[in-house]
Design a protein around this ligand. Structure first.
Ligand SMILES: NC(=O)c1ccc[n+]([C@@H]2O[C@H](COP(=O)([O-])OP(=O)(O)OC[C@H]3O[C@@H](n4cnc5c(N)ncnc54)[C@H](OP(=O)(O)O)[C@@H]3O)[C@@H](O)[C@H]2O)c1
Length: 261
């Protein structure tokens, strides 16, 4: 049965930024597909809640407090996963983000911090996880990138450049880790989460919807469905690819002003 290929029975998945939003949606989807899920973020109550949702769906769950910006937290996250769950098959590097800001008002420190949050943390966690992902025989990494990493637009010098780097890191690591570990990324369009909610008002929503060919903002389930394909045997012949899940967006749906030079 083709749907059986989307199952993750017996697999252990680790999702960063799983306390809410896209990360929580992916954790729920993986649990529904039969996986045990390790959920990581900084806020303990939020990851405990996601862990409970995983258990309600029949999976084992482990909530591990983790700030991805802290290297010891990343090492501990992998160590806890392997010692308590026994294996690690799927890594989702989802924690990330950065607000749009004009390039000329973006400091060197902010530019480097955006890169560290979106790229370096995923690279480091991948390094710690890779040997375990390889030993299970079905290793998969899903990097949560952004449409901002492929569409040139004002206001996204830091975030867009960082996500473009994450997307290319995906291709480089896929070449290096094949055939034991597959590495893919999702170029996520505008999705209804708290992160987007910080800038979304009625007027902006209407503009974004009118500039999105599919006529709506995305849901976490839209992204989770792709993340499940990429993590499961259904995506077993796919590596080094960037999946654009964005309602058909080919140009920015969020217009920031050009620089006043
Ligand atoms: N929503 C969109 O429209 C959109 C579009 C394109 C790409 N994306 C990407 O999708 C990913 C998830 O975004 P989202 O919209 O789901 O965000 P969100 O709703 O704000 O959720 C972010 C999650 O990451 C956790 N987190 C934040 N900082 C962290 C840190 N230093 N260490 C560990 N966990 C941390 C948060 O929990 P704590 O604060 O408790 O740690 C939370 O669980 C990001 O990589 C983002 O760039 C989102």
């Amino acid at each position: 049965m083709i749907l059986d290929r989307f199952r993750l029975d017996g697999r252990v998945a680790l999702v960063t930024g799983a306390g809410r939003g896209i990360g929580r949606g992916i954790a729920q989807a993986y649990a529904e597909a039969g996986a045990d899920v390790v959920v990581a973020a900084r806020t303990v109550s939020a990851i405990e809640e996601t862990a409970e949702q995983v258990r309600e769906r029949g999976g084992r769950a482990l909530a591990v407090p983790c700030d991805v910006l802290e290297r010891p937290d990343l090492e501990n996250l992998v160590a806890e996963t392997v010692s308590q769950m026994g294996r690690l098959d799927v890594l989702v590097n989802n924690a990330g983000g950065w607000p749009p800001k004009p390039a000329l008002r973006t400091s060197e420190r902010e530019f480097e911090a955006a890169f560290r949050f979106n790229v370096t943390t995923a690279f480091l966690l991948t390094r710690f996880a890779a040997p375990h992902l390889a030993s299970g025989g079905a290793g998969a990494i899903v990097n949560v990138s952004s449409a901002a990493g492929r569409l040139a637009q004002p206001g996204f010098a830091a975030y867009g450049t960082a996500k473009a780097a994450l997307s290319f890191l995906t291709r480089n690591l896929a070449a290096e880790f094949a055939p034991k570990v597959r590495v893919n990324a999702i170029a996520v369009g505008s999705v209804e989460t708290e992160a987007l909610g910080t800038i979304l008002n009625d007027e902006l929503r209407a503009t974004m919807e009118s500039l999105t060919p599919m006529g709506r903002i995305g849901t976490v389930e839209d992204i989770a469905a792709c993340a499940l394909y990429l993590a499961s045997p259904a995506g077993g012949w796919v590596t080094g690819k960037l999946f654009e899940v964005d309602g058909g967006t080919e140009a920015t749906n969020f217009r920031m002003p050009q620089a006043d030079l």
